[in-house]
Design a protein around this ligand. Structure first.
Ligand SMILES: [Fe+2]
Length: 242
């Protein structure tokens, strides 16, 4: 009978114990609950043992998603099944934190650095899936711009772009809405290059007005309009007619 390789056994034992201590690891999202800011994830790196065998890590349920938010401010965006995230374990059991209101609490048990206490940070992706790659963008993308983008790689891609040269662009293939009690534009000059505009409401204008083209007032062409009932001398002309 061959004697067991105790060194290998001990190494395997150490590996298995080490595998029980979680650390930061890339994961793929397998389910997501956006209103609750939580997802289920599968760690993407299998556990590899000294003898060359490996095992896929189990799915972790109910992982809180870290977004840049506070109680009064938020930047949120959809996370999809198949997205990759960085999962980092909390030092201790954070089950009570998940259902609490942000007050100190005793942990439910003594577990440390467990995958059960992962938090998910979106933004980690393999190099080939980098969303910063200009090739996959519908809008011209300079990686030195500051950009907030949505619907990347689709026909609905939309973005707010602060360029390296100091310009700002809002790019959309659909609508841009501004809604406020008062909207003010301040500039030395402004160009409105729009094929058709519709103004609903009164216009008050101070300053000179220069126009090229036809103007109609209540349907009467201004350039060639006439008057009926014209009175001679000091009289006052009659009403406008076409
Ligand atoms: Fe006139």
């Amino acid at each position: 009978m061959q004697s067991p390789d105790f060194g290998l056994l001990i190494n395997n034992l150490i590996d298995r114990k080490a595998a029980e201590t979680a650390g930061p690891i890339p994961c793929v999202v397998v389910a997501v609950d956006l209103p609750k800011s939580r997802c289920d994830v599968r760690p993407l790196i299998s556990t590899l043992y000294q003898d060359g065998t490996f095992s896929e890590r189990p799915i972790v349920l109910g992982v809180p998603i870290v977004w840049p938010t506070t109680s009064r401010s938020a930047m949120t965006f959809p996370i999809s099944v198949g997205d990759t995230v960085m999962c980092i374990p909390a030092e201790a059991n954070m089950d009570q934190f998940k259902v609490g209101i942000g007050q100190p609490f005793p942990p439910d048990d003594h577990r440390r650095n467990s995958e059960q206490d992962y938090i998910a940070v979106p933004g980690l992706a393999p190099f080939p899936k980098s969303v910063n790659n200009p090739v996959i963008r519908n809008w011209d993308h300079n990686v030195n711009d500051f950009v907030i983008s949505h619907n990347i790689s689709t026909g609905d891609e939309v973005e707010i772009r602060l360029t390296q040269s100091g310009d700002i662009y809002i790019n959309s293939k659909h609508k841009v809405h501004l809604k406020a009690e008062h909207i003010e534009l301040e500039s030395d000059t402004m160009a409105v290059n729009v094929g058709q505009t519709t103004w609903n409401g009164n216009i008050s204008h101070t300053g000179n007005y220069t126009m090229t083209g036809q103007a109609r007032f209540n349907g009467v062409l201004f350039d060639t309009h006439k008057h009926v009932g014209v009175t001679p001398g000091n009289g006052i002309s009659g009403v406008v007619t076409a």
